[in-house]
Design a protein around this ligand. Structure first.
Ligand code: ADP
Length: 303
């Protein structure tokens, strides 16, 4: 069984589905509400666990009821929660998500305890990080913690996947330890200054990131699929055709799928197709974690 460590955020998502996303100052009636576990780190941990991997999640949550509920949920998905720290000073992370009829979303996050995840917390989990098949990171926890984790995994020869979301600039000190960088179009543009509008610009942006020290760049393109590039080669892996209901967490599903495929040492193209199928299935249902597919469903779509 492949062994994956995810270091990242845990949030509780408060999701309202409404005919459209309100403009500033506007109130819209007719929405429906649900509370679901979320956070990019948690979503990616759950995605990998549903796909059959042994997953350890390193995170910080509050001592509130949202934290209790999140822990229960992770345990239900079979995730090792031993390195999730309960923070007695900061509340659990909360995300307010609005989804419209077309599946588009607008999200506001109060990070709470996530922003108190320290390099020292990561050091407590050193034994699992340095023996993992792959370590997965995102940017909803402090940057220095992400960099510290990437360096630690990198020094141990453990492949590092970084989902550079939410979008922000990244230094060479971090990028040199990243084996797989998975920006979407918006993040790719912020990182490179190149607007990704087609295959040519995707390739240009990807090569800029390769030049910055990344091993493999995979730019996710929503319903178009994903553009990948290494020093040797590059290409487009088209997405599966599905009906999108809620695109929240598509990137997280993709990264969870990618982590499993990398851990199992599949070829890059097969890994990206598997990740893409995981992403595609996740948009066919509402919610970030609730919509994450099991391995059999992904394999059925893949074949
Ligand atoms: P993010 O959620 O980070 O913006 P994307 O929207 O690019 O990420 O989605 C990640 C991946 O999920 C895509 O590369 C694609 O493989 C898959 N995906 C996302 N949206 C769809 C869709 N509407 N149809 C099929 N696949 C999709």
């Amino acid at each position: 069984m492949s062994f994956i460590v995810v270091v990242g955020s845990s949030n509780t998502d408060m999701v309202i589905t409404a005919p459209r996303i309100p403009a500033p100052g506007e109130t819209i009636l007719g929405g429906s509400f649900m509370v679901v576990p979320g956070g990019k780190g948690a979503n990616q941990a759950v995605a990998a666990a549903r796909l059959g991997a042994a997953v350890t999640f390193v995170a910080r949550i509050g001592t509130d009821l949202f934290g209790d509920e999140a822990l229960n949920q992770y345990a239900e998905d079979g995730i090792n929660t031993q390195y999730i720290v309960r923070d007695c000073k900061a509340p659990s992370g909360i995300a307010m998500i609005m989804v419209d009829e077309k599946g588009e979303n607008a999200i506001s996050v109060a990070s709470g305890a996530n922003m108190h995840l320290t390099p020292a917390d990561v050091d407590c989990a050193a034994s699992v990080i340095t023996t993992a098949d792959v370590v997965v990171l995102q940017l909803e926890v402090p940057y220095e913690t992400v960099q510290h984790t990437a360096a630690k995994a990198g020094r141990a020869g453990v492949p590092v996947i970084l989902d550079p979301a939410p979008a922000r600039k990244l230094g060479a000190e971090l990028l040199q330890h990243v084996d797989y960088l998975t920006p979407n179009e918006v993040e790719a543009e912020l990182l490179t200054g190149i607007q990704v509008i087609d295959d040519t610009t995707a390739d240009q942006a990807a090569h800029r990131l390769l030049d910055a020290g990344v091993g493999t760049v995979i730019i996710t393109l929503g319903p178009r699929g994903a553009w990948w590039a290494t020093e040797k080669d590059s290409g487009l892996i088209p997405a599966e055709k599905v009906t999108a209901v809620d695109t929240t967490g598509a990137g997280d599903a993709f990264n969870g799928g990618l982590a499993v495929a990398i851990a199992e040492q599949w070829t890059l193209e097969k890994a990206i197709r598997f990740a893409g199928c995981t992403g595609a299935l996740s948009v066919t249902e509402l919610g970030a974690q609730s919509s994450l597919p099991v391995k059999a469903a992904v394999e059925a779509l893949l074949n």
